[in-house]
Design a protein around this ligand. Structure first.
Ligand SMILES: Cc1cc2nc3c(=O)[nH]c(=O)nc-3n(C[C@H](O)[C@H](O)[C@H](O)COP(=O)(O)OP(=O)(O)OC[C@H]3O[C@@H](n4cnc5c(N)ncnc54)[C@H](O)[C@@H]3O)c2cc1C
Length: 446
C-alpha cells in the first residue's frame, strides 16, 4: 500500500480499495476527467477528499471563483471514501478541558462553535439532496473499564456546565437492555446528535454540488512536480502544466514525502483499519441484543469503534499496521474480529467480508491547522484532523475558501497557528510504535 512517509510520488490510476463502501454504493458520478494541456487558473486545489471538495464548492458558490481541483486517483480515493462514516462534533483529538487549560475558555468555546458549525454544514449539504444513507442519530461512548464510567460521568457534567449540552448517562445494564449487549461495556454516555453515513456517497454528493456550482474536478491528475515562480505556482501533472495564482493543499494524510514545505515533517500519517462482517441473522442480532444503529466508540487510548450498518452487518474499526507494507497483512483485520468477538461472545462464528485501511493524519498538537504557508502567502493548506475529519474537514474547506478569497478567519489556534514540525521527524514511526505500546499498557492496567 502507498506509504506517504516513504514515497515522494502518490500512487496513481488506483481503484478504490476493496471496501464495503466501494462495493455497495453504485457507480461513481462522472468527473471532468484527466486534465490535459497548458492552463492558467486563479485557484488550484490539490486533493479530492472532503477538504478539497468543500473548498471547491464554497469557492464556486460563495466567492465567485471557479477553481480547478486535481485528484491523483478518483474522488475520495483517500480517507474520505474509506472512513467509518461517524459524523461527530470534533476538531482533532485535543480534549475540551485541555483547551481551557492551554488557551482559556473563550478560545475553547470558539473551537467548539467551529465543531458545531462543521456538523451543521454537513447537515445542510446533505439536505440539498445527498443520499448517503444517514442512520438514526446518536453517538454512544462506551466505558471499556469501570473506572472509565466515572470519567464519562464527569465528561457529561462538564459538557452540561460548559455548553449546556445534555448527554444521557447510561449504566451497563441499561446499555445492554436498550441499545447493545456489549459484554465489555461498563456503562456509557450517549450524545443525541452524532450519526452514521455512507462516506463515499457523501463525497460523491459534494463532488456533484461542487461541479454544479462551477468547479472543475479533474481525477487521475496527480501533481508530480511543483515549482514556485515569482508570484505564481507551476504545477505539473502527467498531461498538463498549470500556472496558478493560488494553490490549496488538501492532501492531508496522503501527502507524498517532501511535497511542500508547509506540511513536510509536520504530520504523521497513521493507518486506521476497518472490517465489515457478513450480515447478522435476526437470531444473532437478538442474541446480542444489537438494537441500536447509533455510532459507538470506546474510551481506550487505542480506540475501537463500531456501528450496525443498514443491512445488519457490523462495521468494526481500530488501529492498523504501522507501515504501508504491513497494511495488507490479515493479522490486523483478524485482530479486530477477535476484539469484536470478545465484546459479543455469542457471535463466535462471525466472519468478515471486507477489510481495508487508510491513512489518518496526526498533528503534533492534536488539532487541525488551516492556514497559508509561512513563507508563501498564496499557498493554503488544511491538515491534521487526527482521525476525526468527516465533519470538520468540510468546515475547514469552507474556511479555506474564505481565506483564499481574502477574508480574515476567527482568531483561533485552528486558523492562526501553523502545523508544528515533529521533533526528529525521521523517528516518527518509532514514536508511534512506542505510543501503541504505552496505549496498550494504559488501556489494560492504568
Ligand atoms: C479507516 C478510517 C476511518 C475513519 N473514520 C472516521 C470517522 O468515522 N469519523 C471522522 O470524523 N473521521 C474519520 N476518519 C478520518 C476522515 O476520513 C478524514 O479526516 C477526512 O476524510 C480527511 O479528508 P481530506 O479531504 O482532508 O483527506 P483525504 O480524503 O485523505 O483526501 C486527500 C486526497 O489527496 C489526494 N492526493 C494526495 N497527493 C496528491 C497529489 N500529489 N496530486 C493530486 N492528489 C493528491 C489523495 O489521492 C486523496 O484522495 C477516518 C479515517 C480512516 C482512514
Amino acid at each position: 500500500m502507498y506509504d506517504p512517509l516513504l514515497k515522494n510520488q502518490i500512487d496513481t490510476n488506483q481503484d478504490y480499495p476493496n471496501s464495503y463502501w466501494a462495493n455497495n454504493s453504485g457507480a461513481a458520478p462522472a468527473s471532468d476527467g484527466e486534465l490535459e494541456g497548458d492552463i492558467e487558473s486563479d485557484v488550484v486545489i490539490i486533493g479530492g477528499g472532503y477538504t478539497g471538495l468543500s473548498c471547491a464548492l464554497h469557492l464556486a458558490k460563495e466567492h465567485g471563483v471557479k477553481p480547478l481541483l486535481l485528484e491523483a486517483n478518483q474522488t475520495a480515493w483517500g480517507c474520505s471514501g474509506r472512513n467509518a462514516g461517524f459524523i461527530l462534533k470534533s476538531t482533532g483529538r485535543k480534549p475540551w478541558g485541555t483547551m481551557v487549560k492551554d488557551w482559556g475558555e473563550e478560545v475553547m468555546r470558539g473551537i467548539y462553535a467551529e465543531a458545531c458549525a462543521g456538523v451543521d454544514t454537513v447537515n445542510a449539504l446533505i439536505e440539498q439532496g445527498i443520499d448517503c444513507e444517514s442512520q438514526t442519530p446518536g453517538y454512544i461512548r462506551i466505558a471499556h473499564k469501570p473506572s472509565m464510567f466515572n470519567a464519562l460521568q464527569k465528561q457529561a457534567d462538564l459538557l452540561q456546565r460548559m455548553f449546556g449540552y445534555d448527554v444521557d448517562v447510561i449504566t451497563r445494564q441499561q446499555l445492554q437492555q436498550d441499545y447493545v449487549g456489549d459484554e465489555n461495556a461498563h456503562g456509557a454516555i450517549r450524545f443525541h446528535d452524532g450519526y452514521g453515513i455512507n462516506p463515499l456517497k457523501l463525497a460523491w454528493g459534494y463532488q456533484q454540488l461542487a461541479m454544479k456550482a462551477g468547479a472543475k474536478i479533474h481525477t487521475h491528475s496527480p501533481v508530480i512536480e511543483w515549482q514556485q515562480q515569482q508570484s505564481k505556482e507551476l504545477l505539473i501533472t502527467p498531461k498538463a502544466r498549470i500556472t496558478a495564482d493560488k494553490v490549496v493543499l488538501a492532501t492531508n494524510g496522503y501527502t507524498p514525502k517532501g511535497f511542500h514545505q508547509a506540511i513536510n515533517n509536520k504530520t504523521l500519517p497513521v493507518l486506521s483499519q476497518i472490517i465489515v462482517t457478513r450480515a447478522l441473522t435476526e437470531a444473532e442480532l437478538e442474541q446480542c441484543n444489537f438494537l441500536t444503529s447509533n455510532v459507538v466508540m470506546d474510551t481506550r487510548a487505542l480506540k475501537y469503534y463500531y456501528r450496525k450498518l443498514p443491512d445488519n452487518r457490523i462495521l468494526f474499526g481500530g488501529r492498523g499496521a504501522i507501515t504501508g507494507k504491513g497494511a495488507e497483512n490479515p493479522y490486523y483485520a483478524d485482530r479486530l474480529l477477535s476484539v469484536l468477538k470478545q465484546n459479543f461472545p455469542d457471535l463466535s462464528d462471525l466472519t468478515y467480508d471486507y477489510a481495508w485501511a487508510g491513512w489518518i493524519c496526526m498533528a503534533l498538537d492534536d488539532i487541525p491547522h488551516i492556514n497559508s504557508a509561512e513563507d508563501r502567502s498564496n499557498v493554503f493548506y488544511a491538515a491534521g484532523y487526527c482521525g476525526n475529519g468527516v465533519s470538520f474537514s468540510v468546515q475547514a474547506g469552507k474556511r479555506l475558501a474564505q481565506m483564499v478569497a481574502g477574508e480574515t478567519l476567527p482568531n483561533l489556534p485552528l486558523y492562526q497557528t501553523q502545523l508544528k514540525p515533529f521533533p526528529m521527524p525521521a523517528l516518527r514511526r518509532l514514536g508511534q510504535w512506542g505510543y501503541f505500546h504505552y496505549g496498550k499498557f494504559k488501556d489494560n492496567y492504568l
